[in-house]
Design a protein around this ligand. Sequence first.
Ligand SMILES: C[S@@+](CC[C@H](N)C(=O)[O-])C[C@H]1O[C@@H](n2cnc3c(N)ncnc32)[C@H](O)[C@@H]1O
Length: 281
Amino acid sequence: MADADATATAFAVDADAFNRFQLAGWEARADSYAFFSPMTRRVGGALLAAACVAAGTEVLDVGAGPGDLAAAAADLGADTVGMDVAPSMVRRAALAHPAIPFRVGSFEQIPAGEGVFDAVVGNFVLNHVGRPELALREAARVLRPGGWLALSSWDAPHRNRLLGLMLDAVTAAGAAVPPGVPAGPVSYPSAAELRDSFLAAGFTDVGTSGIMFEAAVPDAATLWQGLLDSAVRVPAHVTAQPADVQARIRSAFDDLVAVHRRPGAGLAVPVSVLVTRGRRP
Ligand SMILES: C[S@@+](CC[C@H](N)C(=O)[O-])C[C@H]1O[C@@H](n2cnc3c(N)ncnc32)[C@H](O)[C@@H]1O
């Protein structure tokens, strides 16, 4: 089986097809994304610190999803705007955080003028964008000179077992990439790849730090369903398969999960995240 990264290497990326696939996936997940939120929230403090967000900072949260990071920035006293490409996510965020303005927009074409933000932050969004190099240039464009961009991304699947378990189960089941899953940019860029991308977009003072923690999940069934409901690219490699292949993947998943069982305490799944920042000169 070719995983999402291998697919991107083997086939030319069709950025527009990838963006359409992502938009459709996220538009359908505004409610069910709740499974991931407790994990993504744990990265918010590091992102805001990396982007030097404090009271009075004018900050844009790109790919805001349900708005947790924007809300954390607002709690610090920052003047916060949230943006997401999926209208359903924007509606959900606006409902949850009525004091924060959220708008629909793409990271590839940020609906804002040049040099209007002190900070741009994004929690797990860059890997969902068909043209990440364009998104990074857009972030640089809307930042004031000296402003920081800070983005989180999932670490490699062998360290980030949250996604790695399902990816490895697909591989173990020998499943082929199903039709309708478009090749995209690298899903899990390394610190070196992230650094090169930030530098290519004109950022300086680029650095990446790692965050590791364990996600507490009651059982394998909850983890399986939570992943299907909260992610887009990884579950598409499962749900677009014939029923017998899906059953094989699920069986492999249950075997792989066993190592993370804690007696009487459900699962403790290792999560590994990279936070990269760069400054607009
Ligand atoms: C993994 S979720 C992260 C949500 C939120 N940042 C969090 O950490 O909970 C990815 C989000 O990025 C949004 N997204 C995907 N592609 C985007 C794009 N090109 N521009 C803006 N947002 C995008 C999705 O709609 C989704 O809400």
